[in-house]
Design a protein around this ligand. Sequence first.
Ligand code: PEP
Ligand code: MG
Length: 588
Amino acid sequence: MKEEPFKKPKLGEKLMKGIAASPGVALGKVCIHKDVFSHVPTYAIEDNQIGSEIQRLKKAVEEVEEAIRRDHENIRRQLGYGGYGDAEIFSTHLSIIKDSHFLSEVFEKIATQRINAEASVLSQILKYEEIFSKMEDAYFRERMADIRDIGKRLIESLTGPMVLDCPFEEAVIIAGVELTPKDTVQFKRERVLAFITERGGRESHAAILARSMGIPAVLAIEGLLSRIERGDFLIIDGNLGFVVVNPPEGVIQEYRKTQEKLEAHRRNLETLIDYPAETLDGHRFKLMANIGNMVDLEFSIRFHADGIGLFRTELPFIIEDHFLSEEEQFGIYKKVAERMNPKEVTIRTLDFGGDKFLVSLRPEKNPFLGYRSTRAFLKEQEMLKTQIRAIFRASVHGKVKILFPMVSSVEEVRQLRGVVKEVEAEFIHKKVDFQRDIPIGVMVEIPSLAIMASKLMKEIDFVSIGTNDLVQYTLAVDRDNDLVSDLYQPLNPSILWLVKNVVEAGQAHGKSVSICGEIAGDPFYFPLLYGLGLREFSVAPVLILEIKEMAKRVTTKEASQIAERAMEMDSSKEIEQLLMASYPLNHD
Ligand code: PEP
Ligand code: MG
């Protein structure tokens, strides 16, 4: 979000800049979330402790072996037999743990170097890293990820799972090298004031989660962990991407005032709860919510969302840390459908891969371009069918729609429809109740599908434009990589052309087109998106009121004019300036 310019703190303060990933201001003490390898206990042992240390390691090896088998058995059950993932991952992970050379050296080090088991595992991993990093062959380099994974499991089994080393009673700022979606959801909301990291991009799923939880975040701060210590007092400015370390009292007071202003703005927004989502000239549009968990659901209801435009179903799997059974999934979808009834709930099938791993099916060099979501589940159809069955069963408890992510061709749409038909036939045969003709839609988030929009519309009931990935794939810019974050430009003219193409194809075929990428919830983009013809928005629940507020300042005619002018421009900078000049954001 573009805001007023930062009032620079006075010279001599420690000031760091990163990517403003989730808005808001936080002040408080920091705790460091260390990754397992930077936290390994290392100590010397006596001769008479060698035996017991070797026993500890043997026990850990058995536990890890058992855990790998359990995980894989879990996947095998979900995939059915003969699935792709099965034999390969088993053998990769098990072969490392069974690799006599890898392990025998770990045992040996305990005895020869007189060090504890954890330190011995770490030293072996560092040795392998050194060797593998010099290898030309990509396959061997990739195997390093497996070795680190096994090493992590062994160390965790020896020391217990990593916990945040944080002795403070009050809520704190969490700092780390990077955040995964799993890290983001593992902390209790009320314990976290803000997230700050050394790596990560604005559209990473961890950042999206932070926004939906209303937690300020600043990512990609160079050298962060070498510049702060546990207990330092920080100011986090999630609007502008600044972190101030141990600031003087004057700066703290200034930020407390900013915090109060933001709080007043939020209270002001709450007066809009009962107002419909409409433009200044009275045109009503659909304003729905993106959800991933039950907290989001409750916020959607509180802010009167016009339905759920995107339910990211992978999040409950990540939170629960296992593949949810049909029964477990059904319970969740039924609850959401019932709570929202009669408003619609768009349930998106699992979108694993990329930065959202549950269990990695196989190490990949380019996971965002690889075995991700729909393309994987068209091969592992049992898993997909399990989810469709759960959605079908939930369909009698409300108004559900099915949305498939990461679809790249019309052919894939037909295959997906085929799988839905098979589940339908099964339900009819078994006389299980379900809602007939559940609307089927796809995410338009791969450029090939946006280009083929007009053909696509004949095959589906609705589409939802996912700009987070559409930008990444169109511009060939990793949404999660801060090194190229300046190239991640939602306002690049190519994106506008693709969005327009999809909107016009939808209009021509009478199919609904919504937008659910992060820009849909950013008021800055609203006049342009509305002007391009979009009439259905799905946004993080906490942003519903922000969009309502902006819409009340925009007329349909002005929005169309902005879109027309933007379509003639050839750089994102120009378009950004046009938007800034047309509707400056002002939260004072
Ligand atoms: C998108 O890609 O825009 C989207 C909404 O999906 P996700 O962020 O979950 O990939
Ligand atoms: Mg996506």
